[in-house]
Design a protein around this ligand. Structure first.
Ligand code: PMP
Length: 379
């Protein structure tokens, strides 16, 4: 059996086909144990080896420096919105947040329950995200030169890939002692849920990276946290033990039962990614996939992307039909053509094609061909 459709879902999202095949093949008998990987103890030597290999592979893929811990947690990125301030706000009692879309907005609002939140810039404009019509207003990343950084902040929080709007950082923030640089004393915390492993990043620029696995890593239920060791150990006394980075790190992510199946699948995805040539190699393909799709949008009279060109996401390509009355027909015809889940998030409307690492270039080619055909027929 092969897949009959291309799934452009923003998450849970496509998982590489060879990974699903291997998981299916060994579902009833994992590594000759006679048991499913879901049924074995997380403390058994076989699973412990799998766990260690998954972490080692992730370290290798992202070139994670040795002074960082890789933690596998639960609760997704939204739980991290509370877990991050509980662990990292410390005595400073305040943190900086950059608003670039719905996800960073949610992060800032949750953090405000735990301390003072300074908004360093709001891409929705001076009126902010609550202004009428502002929900579609997140279409760019404010230049670092206009961020109002505070030296007293415990950390600076960014969402480096806004899944809903399709806005993505194209480079790591600049850290240094210059006026507009992020002070090396203020660690950067980044929600990288929707573009982790899709591009080469310099982990050393960040204090903590986190995200849900369900886009570029594996199934929902697994959360990754990559945190610099010196930031561990300052959790608030009310931070639940299972969410305390120190406790999780000391127990090698096994303080409580980890999401074992998620870790297993993530490990297979990491192996698959290494076989593709690693992050730099998949990044080259991701650049090409995004170029094909944006070229098709920009070259058409029917489709339109509203994100500033320098901040356009390679992973979540958002677009609108200039005649919105055609939206339903577009989606229905796309489904008919085997192109699934192209509807944009309800907050911004329009369309969104999520083209994570696992989306083959043929999927993008099929989408582009469909869009051209639809425009000819209906545009
Ligand atoms: N941050 C980003 C960038 C996301 O895309 C999402 C989910 N789409 C979330 C946070 C929320 O993640 P979760 O549902 O795993 O908590």
């Amino acid at each position: 059996m092969t897949r009959k459709v291309f799934n452009f879902s923003p998450g849970p999202a496509l998982i590489p086909e060879p990974v699903l095949r291997q998981a299916a093949d060994e579902m009833l008998d994992w590594q000759g144990t006679g048991m499913s990987v879901m049924e074995v103890s997380h403390r058994g030597k076989d699973f412990m080896a799998l766990h260690a290999r998954a972490i080692a592979d992730l370290r290798e893929l992202l070139a994670i420096p040795p002074n960082y811990k890789v933690l596998f947690m639960q609760g997704g990125a939204l739980a991290e919105n509370a877990i991050v301030p509980l662990n990292l706000m410390g005595d400073a009692g305040q943190a900086d947040y950059l608003l670039t879309g719905q996800w960073s907005l949610k992060s800032a609002r949750e953090a405000a329950r735990y301390g003072q939140v300074n908004i360093v810039a709001d891409a929705a404009g001076a009126a902010g995200a609550d202004a009428p019509g502002a929900k579609g207003a997140y279409t760019h990343i404010p230049e670092q030169s206009v961020w109002k950084l505070s030296r007293e902040a415990a950390y600076l929080h960014l969402c480096t890939s806004e899944t809903i709007e399709g806005v993505e950082f194209q480079r790591d923030p600049i850290v240094g002692l210059g006026e507009h640089e992020v002070s090396p004393d203020v660690p950067i915390v980044a929600d990288m849920s929707s573009h982790i492993l899709s591009r080469v990043i310099d982990v050393s620029r960040y204090g903590c990276l986190y995200g849900g696995a369900q886009k570029n890593i594996g199934p929902a239920g697994l959360t990754f946290v990559i945190v610099r060791e010196d930031l561990i150990g300052r959790a608030h006394r009310l931070c639940p033990s299972a969410f305390n980075y120190q406790v999780v790190a000391d127990n090698d992510s096994m303080f409580n039962t980890p999401p074992t199946f998620g870790i297993y699948l993530a490990g297979l995805v990491f192996e698959w990614l290494k076989a593709q040539g690693g992050v730099a190699a998949i990044e080259a393909i991701n650049i090409e996939k995004a170029r094909m799709l944006y070229d098709a949008i920009d070259g058409s009279g029917l489709y339109q992307n509203r994100v500033s060109r320098t901040d356009r996401s390679r992973m979540n390509v958002t677009f609108f039909l200039r005649d919105e009355r055609l939206n339903e027909a577009f989606l229905a015809d796309a489904r008919e053509a085997g192109l699934m889940n192209l509807k944009g998030h309800r907050v911004v409307g329009g369309m969104r094609a999520s083209i994570y690492n696992a989306m083959p270039i043929e999927g993008v080619r099929a989408l582009v061909a469909f869009m051209r055909d639809f425009e000819q027929r209906r545009g």
